[in-house]
Write a protein that binds this ligand. Sequence first.
Ligand SMILES: C[S@@+](CC[C@H](N)C(=O)[O-])C[C@H]1O[C@@H](n2cnc3c(N)ncnc32)[C@H](O)[C@@H]1O
Length: 343
Amino acid sequence: MGGKIIGQEDPRTLAQLRHLVNGYRVTQALHVAATLGIADLLAAGPRSSDDLAAATDTHPDALYRLLRALASAEVFREEEDRRFALTDLGNGLRSDAPSSVAGWAAFVGDPYHWQAWGSLLYSVRTGENAFRHVHGTDPWTLRAGDLERSAAFDRSMTPLSRLVATAVLDVYNVGRCRTVVDVAGGNGAFLAALLTRYPAARGVLFDQPHVVSGASPLLESSGVADRCEVVEGNFFKAAPTGGDAYVLKSILHDWEDPDFIRILRTCRQSMEDGAALLVVERDLGQANEDAEAKFSDLNMLVGPGGWERAPEAYAALFEAAEFRFVGYTPSPAGTGVYEGAAA
Ligand SMILES: C[S@@+](CC[C@H](N)C(=O)[O-])C[C@H]1O[C@@H](n2cnc3c(N)ncnc32)[C@H](O)[C@@H]1O
């Protein structure tokens, strides 16, 4: 019985544990800073917290306390007279940063997502999805009825998808494909990156009507709108025909196995024999490593209700949807391409 618990007497270990326990405070502080657009307001140089409070219509002392807390986490730097500047970390919260985390910070702290995480214990006790438990519906249905939140979610995905597109397209050659259908492609960030890299390719961006209706600015600013058809629909009913490759990026991890198979079957029905299925998803990584993947998996349990799967899981699921599993191409981003062929 008992005995020394290794590391417990070490104050640094305890401080590290408290830091982990209190992670929720950092999440909310970043959420508030991102929602207020503080990093954008600091883009041109340091400003006082009073000045920032006036610009954001917030309480001066409360905003100061937020900013100095985030300065202690190295997101901002506090200078004399309550002035604050951006740090390297803080620059990542600018909305114009190429891989901006601002949208993600705004999304993860939004009460509807945050409340679902507040019921993680429910998910762990029951194995059931916390989001449905809390809201009585899934995130896609909730956001279809709340277009502001839907657009905010799309904004949160765009820079992440751009980042993944660069890493994945560096290791996986799509050059043989003339027409690429991006199934549930959101605002088109991945497809735009692909079409930019392959100027002879054409694209079809497919997603729910209220999602693709916001895609034009990104496709236009990427200079690919003239090579990209936009199609609205429901991937449980039908997918566009005519592609020689079908991309599903960050889709199947949102769903349990039966829906995973249903979505792929819908795609299969629209695909010619020999067309390629390119599923872009995370690799769960090794035990004791890859915290981002492991916590993303927990996010699937809490939020949409799916899984981050290990590469071994894909072959059987592809086969169940009448695809031959061709192989897995990993990328340094921890996200890779699970390739299937329409058998
Ligand atoms: C996690 S997001 C990924 C978006 C995009 N592929 C990316 O990686 O940036 C999941 C996407 O699935 C779409 N989606 C959810 N249910 C759908 C349905 N029934 N039919 C079509 N798209 C759907 C959502 O609108 C959303 O854009």
